[in-house]
Design a binder for this molecule. Sequence first.
Ligand code: DX5
Ligand code: ZN
Length: 215
Amino acid sequence: MVIIAPSILSADFTRLYDEIKAVTDAGAEWLHIDVMDGHFVPNITIGPVVVENIRKKTSLVLDCHLMIEHPEKYIDAFIKAGADIITIHSEAVLEPLDLITQIKKLGCKVGISINPETPLEKILHIIPKVDLVLIMSVHPGFSGQKFIDDVVPKLKQASEVIKKIKKQIYLQIDGGINNQNAGLVKKNGANVLVAASFIFKNKEYHTAINQLKEA
Ligand code: DX5
Ligand code: ZN
């Protein structure tokens, strides 16, 4: 079964609670929270205070995607705020293993992410230690970008690596996901699909989520 994780980056922030309730009612299981710092990526978005407030209002899995430099400085704050999963970028830290151990010790699930141009080889030694691998299918920073087809072979490669490991590791894809490419990414092993604009720019969240699930 595929998990749909709407990214609130494209939600109407003046009505954030209603938006979260609407995607929940429409069948979302996770909520993807894009954290950007203006350094690792050019954009600035959401911090722990927003996560803390969302936590009070939902039991969805809060999947925090940290697109920030020095993620080690903010791990405690995001865990205290109620994050269920924290994903860090392999490009943001020299050697992520210590930080991954630390996040796990604090009782939170942990993911590792790679940008479109980063080869899977960079994280092969890390994959057995994490709960989630995130393959970026756009350059991180903004929602509404076009899916980069070139990442599909890397997605498949990640799926084959994960299959050989005897534990549950989610394979997430993020960026430009819509009803046209959802089938392709699922066929190549993705089991968590993040989508911001395809869901929140659709009048019918239920229809959009179902299209992703059934593609
Ligand atoms: C991009 C973010 C994505 C983004 C996806 O940096 O990590 O999660 O919100 O947006 P769409 O689905 O519109 O490409
Ligand atoms: Zn994201």
